[in-house]
Design a protein around this ligand. Structure first.
Ligand SMILES: C[S@@+](CC[C@H](N)C(=O)[O-])C[C@H]1O[C@@H](n2cnc3c(N)ncnc32)[C@H](O)[C@@H]1O
Length: 353
């Protein structure tokens, strides 16, 4: 596959800038060394050139980094593990490029496969804003929720009710959960979490689900988090443990086909049907997006006050933030409930009850 000349370099530069912005000095520094290696025609060029016609869109540098991170986490790259905090190592700003390149040379076939594997993240930091939206739906409609998540990855957000949320004024979720989201997640004024959301059922799917009950699945999820983002890694590890104790099945299916099958029957009376997704829309091919819309609108046509239907989505709205939109049927009114950072921090709640 041929990218425009300079496209791989541009993707490395963009990823370095993003690492700087998102708070990974380790990856920002490493990426600038890998960029230099690419310019010099080193192994970075051998491995990344020709993989994708759209290296930035396909996040080719992240695939490259994740392959090395996976090896380090698995104990197969001890030199790198000594520098990666995620593996118990310490990084004090020293150069990492030489070590990384050595790992790439030693494990070339793993890298050749790794740069062709899609990025897979399941960011549990997105749970607080979703929980806030579910609480709002509950307060408005006083019904249990029938939840359907598309693009669910490992299903960690479908486990949202097994985490605990506390704005300092109101709380939600499982009070005994080891995974806790405190008041720092929401900007002032804090939205309400009151309403005691009851989940009637949870269904979820993904085109390429990750089975976190296997060691390989766990490793996949951890490998895509930046090695110096300890809080994110701790959160992910806790969520993986929670999910492993009571796994839910993430069905392997295209989002459009799956939703059409799930919503084929009329929405149940006495429960609120909620389709939701986060950071998924950009990855769906057009026929899938059309299929999702068709399935939701067919369900919406049969919605009533006793069987309402909702479409909740957190999707990019700017370079650093997403918005959270809710469309509600009957009526079809659309609201922006909140703005939020891509990883779920800094929730700016905008909706009134
Ligand atoms: C960036 S991840 C987001 C995962 C999760 N929603 C979250 O917020 O952490 C995007 C997900 O969309 C899934 N995906 C991509 N194309 C899809 C399709 N056609 N149907 C269903 N899921 C798809 C990917 O496999 C991936 O798990």
């Amino acid at each position: 596959m041929t990218a425009e000349p300079g496209a791989v370099e541009a993707s490395l530069q963009a990823q370095a800038a993003s690492a700087e912005h998102i708070g990974s000095p380790l990856y920002a520094s490493l990426l600038s060394e890998l960029l230099a290696d690419h310019r010099a025609g080193g192994i970075t060029a051998d491995l990344l050139d020709g993989v994708s016609a759209q290296p930035t869109h396909d996040a080719i540098p992240l695939r490259y980094l994740a392959t090395a991170h996976r090896l380090a986490l698995a104990g197969d790259a001890p030199g790198l593990a000594r520098l990666y905090p995620s593996c118990g190592g310490t990084w004090r700003g020293e150069t990492l490029g030489r070590e990384f390149i050595e790992v790439a040379r030693q494990h070339r076939s793993a890298f050749e496969a790794g740069v062709r594997r899609n990025v897979q993240t399941n960011e549990v930091g997105r749970a607080p804003v979703l929980a806030t939206a579910f609480a709002l739906i509950t307060r408005r409609h006083r019904m249990a929720l029938d939840l359907l998540e598309i693009g669910a990855s490992a299903g960690l957000l479908s486990h949202w009710d097994r985490y605990h949320y506390d704005t300092g004024f109101t709380s939600a979720g499982d009070p005994d959960s080891p995974l806790r989201f405190d008041a720092r997640w929401w900007n002032d004024p804090k939205p309400s979490l009151s309403g005691k959301t009851v989940v009637a059922s949870t269904r979820c799917s993904d085109i390429d689900p990750i089975d976190i009950t296997t060691a390989a699945g766990r490793l996949t999820m951890l490998s895509f988090v930046w090695p110096d983002q300890q809080e994110r890694l701790d959160r992910l590890r806790t969520a993986l443990d929670i999910a492993a104790r009571l796994p839910i099945t993430v069905e392997r299916a295209d989002a459009g086909d799956w939703l059409q099958a799930q919503l084929a029957l009329a929405p149940s009376t006495g429960v609120a049907t909620v389709v939701f997704h986060s950071i998924v829309w950009q990855y769906l091919p057009r026929p899938t997006r059309d299929g999702v819309r068709r399935a939701i609108h067919a369900a919406a046509d049969r919605a009533s006050e006793q069987a309402p239907v909702f479409w909740l989505r957190m999707e990019p709205a700017g370079p650093t933030f997403a918005d959270v939109r809710l469309t509600s049927w009957p009526g079809g009114g659309e609201e922006v409930l909140a703005e939020v950072g891509y990883h779920g921090t800094g929730i700016r709640w905008l909706a009134a009850d």
